[in-house]
Design a protein around this ligand. Structure first.
Ligand code: HPA
Length: 275
């Protein structure tokens, strides 16, 4: 199987979405990661199952719904992708970066990426909401590896400011606790304590298995990128207990009122200010 981005599938997906939503004009998108699905409960709109869009494959991760919600916040159209695909699922980059490609092809120029992470920095206990200031790519790969596709930006995208400064400010004002550097690993194993020590020395504040690929593509496409991480556990070696996906989801559920408030305030602010 070819793990590289498949440009034909991307375009087929984009054509299909245009057909399903001929009048859509999203300003912005949200990708809901592990445990985040409930954060848009009560948002009204049209729902499209990922199975109706070529390229998504089947979402098989607990806490991921696998559908696109088209909604409106104070007059601003927002595409909310409930559930993401991951590199560790082994189906290549196409399903992972597809939401970004679709958002861009439908005219959106901003995206909020959410995830669950493990806290490395001492002031990021479980339940903290960390605005992503920057990232470290430890995925062992990059979604832009492969033949050059001009529809994904330049061959060598600058990454001096992947996460848009004004959007970072808006997330903090919307209810996030802190800012920091997110390191993405390939997964699906949680890290070893020695790996966490290494990431700490490297300057990472929280660790997870997602977000960086989407941020790389959105930045390459010239979109404004925002990242918000729900720290759901202390990272390995710092945590007094072994790590489980169930505990991650439990912390996310307990933090949900603040996650929901932060996303909602952020989107309202974006709708109001227009940038
Ligand atoms: N490591 C990697 N991914 C995660 C973690 C973690 O500790 N917590 C939630 N997602």
């Amino acid at each position: 199987m070819n793990l590289q981005i498949d440009p034909f599938t991307l375009d087929a997906a984009s054509e299909q979405l245009q057909k399903l939503l001929p009048n859509a004009k999203p300003r912005c998108g949200v990708i809901l990661g592990s445990g985040w699905t409930e954060a848009v409960q009560g948002f009204q709109g049209t729902e499209i199952s990922y199975t109706d869009i070529p390229g998504f494959g089947s979402t098989g991760v607990m806490g991921h719904a696998g559908k696109l919600l088209v909604t409106e916040i104070n007059g601003m159209e927002v595409f909310i992708f409930q559930g993401r695909r991951h590199w560790y699922e082994g189906e290549g980059w196409t399903p992972v970066i597809l939401p970004i490609y679709l958002l861009h092809s439908m005219g959106a120029d901003a995206v909020l990426l959410t995830n669950a992470s493990g806290g490395i920095r001492s002031d990021l206990p479980p339940g903290s909401l960390m605005v992503i200031d920057d990232h470290i790519n430890m995925l062992g790969s990059n979604p832009l590896i492969g033949p050059y596709n001009e529809k994904l930006g330049t061959r060598f995208p600058d990454q001096s400011e992947v996460y848009d400064k004004p959007l970072r400010k808006k997330l903090l004002a919307a209810g996030a606790d802190s800012t920091g550097v997110y390191v993405a690993t390939m997964g699906p194993t949680f890290e070893t304590p020695a790996e966490i020590n290494q990431f700490k020395v490297m300057g990472a504040d929280a660790v997870g298995m997602s977000t960086v690929p989407e941020a790389i593509i959105a930045n390459a496409l010239g979109m404004q990128v925002a990242g918000l991480s729900c720290v759901c556990n202390w990272a390995a070696g710092i945590s007094p207990t072994k790590l489980t996906h169930e505990d991650v989801n439990e912390t996310a559920a307990a933090t949900m009122p603040r996650m929901k408030k932060t996303i909602t305030n952020f989107l309202k602010d974006l709708a109001r200010s227009g940038n």
